[in-house]
Design a protein around this ligand. Structure first.
Ligand SMILES: *[C@@H]1O[C@H](CO)[C@@H](O)[C@H](O)[C@H]1NC(C)=O
Length: 348
């Protein structure tokens, strides 16, 4: 991120609006680098010097290779938990169809368990032509490990490149700043983003407003996210029905304290002590608000979790000031922007 800042500030003074968009698009793809690149890979056995790491070296014609064995496998540790959208596999180049077809039946798994067979299956390879790269959609499966294995006897697993694309999968709310319309006792707004769903600490682990008209709670995520999911945990001690009718709103505006941003969901009810998930696929925003419209309402939240994709490495304020600064000028340095990006990509 620091490098991107540096790059942007170097460019200050001679870029315009469209160039800023180009930077943002490119910084987006910068974030969407191959998450497997140069991470630690292991395999069930090694043929010759066909190291497991050859499948994550960024070079598509150096390959990993097991011996002929029962159930050969290969695994990469991404070191962080990603929501994996896509895995791309490059097959070995060979004019012998019997070698190129060794990949047939390979199972791709993504998950948080280091064990080979325990994680959910993303895809099963039917076939990949000799030397070709095929992409498999994993629909955002969460995981730190990506495993490829071929079930059966007398199998060989050769992988010339395994690329993993996705986004970091954490709960972004815990890195945000919370606030609410009023505070009941010491039920501070931050308690809804303390990373603890509050079930073990009924009287200390939750946020609550006073009994008032239109009470609201808000988290500032500090950056813009494409929110996939919001998880809300209701109180367990009493009055679970108080959550009924809460609106979840997401957006970038602070007008009316953010309570005018678009609605992701209205909560009909959540049983006492339970955590319910609301899908907000495609809503972009820096602010997530929860509000109960009406008189004599109290908003109590034991945890609010926000999952989604980081849309920009830039804080929104810097972004908007840049857009204001440059709306109008003459774009003379798109080539320089490209140069900046190359540096970013090759030297992250
Ligand atoms: C708010 O106060 C009113 C009036 O005292 C009461 O009737 C109502 O039940 C209270 N609401 C909550 C959610 O505590």
């Amino acid at each position: 991120m620091k490098k991107l800042y540096k790059c942007l500030w170097i460019l200050l003074g001679n870029v315009q609006h469209s160039c800023i968009s180009a930077i943002l698009l490119d910084s987006h793809s910068y974030l969407h680098q191959n998450a497997a690149f140069q991470h630690t890979a292991t395999q069930s056995s090694m043929y010759g010097t066909w190291y497991s790491e050859n499948a994550v070296d960024g070079v598509r014609d150096s390959c990993s290779h097991t011996n002929t064995q029962t159930d050969p496998w290969w695994r990469v540790d991404l070191m962080k938990v990603y929501r994996v959208n896509r895995v791309a596999i490059t097959n070995r180049q060979s004019s012998y169809s019997e070698i190129a077809s060794r990949i047939n039946g390979a199972v791709i798994r993504v998950g948080n368990i280091p064990d080979i067979y325990s994680n959910p299956i993303c895809a099963v390879v039917s076939t990949i032509p000799s030397g070709a790269t095929a992409s498999f959609s994993c629909g955002g499966i969460e995981g730190r490990y990506v495993t490829v294995h071929i079930p059966g006897n007398g199998k060989v697993l050769t992988l010339c490149e395994v690329e993993v694309y996705g986004y970091l999968g954490g709960n972004w709310a815990v890195d945000g700043a919370a606030t609410q319309s009023s505070t009941f006792g010491n039920w501070f707004s931050e308690k809804a983003i303390d990373g603890n769903r509050g079930l073990l600490q009924l009287y200390t682990g939750c946020s609550s407003t006073l009994n008032e008209t239109n009470p609201w709670w808000r988290v500032d995520l500090r950056y813009i996210y494409r929110v996939s999911e919001v998880v809300v945990t209701n109180r367990k001690d009493c009055c679970a029905e108080q959550i009924n009718g809460v609106e979840i709103r997401i957006g970038n505006s602070l007008e009316s304290n953010g309570n005018n941003n678009p609605i992701c969901a209205v909560i009909p009810a959540i049983p006492a002590g339970e955590s319910y998930s609301y899908s907000c696929a495609g809503m972009d925003g820096r602010y997530v608000n929860l509000i109960i419209p009406g008189d004599m309402k109290m908003l109590t939240l034991c945890e609010v979790e926000v999952y989604g994709e980081d849309l920009s490495v830039l804080p929104y304020s810097l972004l908007s000031s840049l857009l204001m600064l440059f709306s109008g000028g003459i774009c003379s340095s798109c080539k320089r922007i490209h140069k900046c990006d190359t540096t970013l990509v090759s030297n992250p």
